[in-house]
Structure formats: C-alpha cells, structure tokens
Design a binder for this molecule. Structure first.
Ligand code: GSH
Length: 216
C-alpha cells in the first residue's frame, strides 16, 4: 500500500487517522511537497489528475483519491472498528457532518485556492487569512449547532468514533493553522479533545509528521 502524503495536508490527516484506527500501515509513503508545488508535477498528475493529496494505491491499483472515498474504502476492506453507524439515518448524519468539513469548508482554503486569491485576485496575506478564517468559522458554526443534538455523545455521533470525528479533527487542525479561536464552539472542542486523547488521532496530527515544523 502506497500513500501519497504531505505533513501539512488536512485531507491526508483524515486518511492517516483512519489507517491508524484500522491498524493499517502503508508500505510506502510518497512525499508530495505542496509548498514546492509537487502536486502539479507530471509524476503526481498521472496518479491524481485533480493534483491533490491524498491518493492511495493498494496493491496493483488503481490509485484511489478523495479522502472520504479512501476512508470508506478502508472501512469496507478493514471493517474493524467500523467508522459508520449501522442505521441509515445515523450514516446520513455522520456523512453530513463529515461533508461539512471535507466538501463545504476545506476546499475553500486549500493551496490552489489561496494561490489563486494571491496571484489572480491580488489579495494580500491579511485578505487571504480573512477569507480562510471566514470559511472556517462558517463550518465551525454549522458543526457546533449540529453537535448540540442529542445524537452526539462522547464523540460526534454517540460514543463510538466515526468518519465525522475523523473530519472534525482535521477541521480543528486547520483552525489551528489559520488561527481561528475555538472558544465560541464548545461542543466542537469537546469532541475534538476526546478524539485527541486517542493515540490514532494524536500520532496522525500534521505537526507529528516527518518534515513538519514544531509549530505553524
Ligand atoms: N476533497 C479532497 C481535498 C484534497 C485536497 O485539496 N488536498 C490538498 C491538501 S489538504 C491538496 O493537495 N491541495 C493541493 C492544491 O490545492 O494545490 C479530499 O478530501 O481528499
């Protein structure tokens, strides 16, 4: 199994958490340095034409892409512990929470968007920070409101870890990168704190990866 990864990538963080939870260790980790633009080089473009990580090659392929698709693949091929609830409504809630992060919020702050804002729309660093913080807070507000529901337990959905927790952990790491205060989102923070007590989450954190700085 070959994982295309970079320390700072929040989407790859999600996949790393799922792998740790499942006890799956990739045979090879290929570093795609997003700060050097290696995601756009031909060698990686043939792996994922979207020019984004993570990508995962299991055995003879094909390359899998999109963190949520990869995590569901891992959940199907390594069913224990399950990362989705047994009931359809529960699965819909968990996927909804996960998609607020992976589909509504995160895509607005990735390098290609920040680079477009800087180079094409000529936004300065403060303007880009304001953009990123705005979309982070929008997702955090929606997650916080959803997490007030009685369906939330120790974790985002009941007391078992699901894909929602995996995504929520990545949203929290992103909030740290973009200096967004979690104070106004106590339910979100409680769920994150519970996750971060679990080794599979803690050792997957971006700042624990090879090449990561001590802080950002
Ligand atoms: N929706 C995708 C997002 C993938 C993505 O955009 N990954 C970022 C790193 S977290 C990336 O590789 N960005 C490259 C770029 O924006 O140029 C997923 O969840 O896998």
């Amino acid at each position: 199994m070959k994982l295309f990864s970079f320390w700072r990538s929040l989407a790859t963080y999600r996949v790393r958490i799922a792998m740790n939870l499942k006890g799956v260790k990739p045979d090879e980790i290929v570093d795609v340095n997003l700060m050097k633009g290696q995601q756009r080089e031909e060698a990686f473009r043939t792996v994922n034409p979207m020019m984004a990580i993570p990508a995962l090659i299991d055995g003879d392929g094909p390359a899998l892409f999109e963190s949520l698709a990869i995590i569901e693949y891992l959940d199907e091929t390594h069913p224990n512990p399950p990362l989705l609830p047994k009931d359809a409504k529960g699965r819909a809630r968990v996927r909804g929470l996960a998609q607020i992060v992976a589909c509504d919020s995160h895509p607005l702050v990735v390098p290609r968007v920040r680079e477009y804002l800087a180079h094409e729309l000529k936004l300065d660093e403060a303007g880009i920070a304001k953009w990123c913080q705005n979309w982070h807070r929008a997702a955090l507000a929606a997650l916080e409101a959803n997490l007030k529901d009685k369906a939330t337990g120790r974790h985002a959905h009941g007391d078992s870890i699901t894909i929602a927790d995996v995504c929520i952990a990545s949203q929290a790491a992103g909030a740290g990168f973009f200096k967004v205060d979690l104070g106004p989102f106590p339910n979100f923070k409680r769920v994150v704190d519970n996750c971060m007590q679990i080794d599979a989450f803690a050792r997957a954190h971006p700042l624990k990866q090879p090449g990561a700085p001590a802080s950002v």
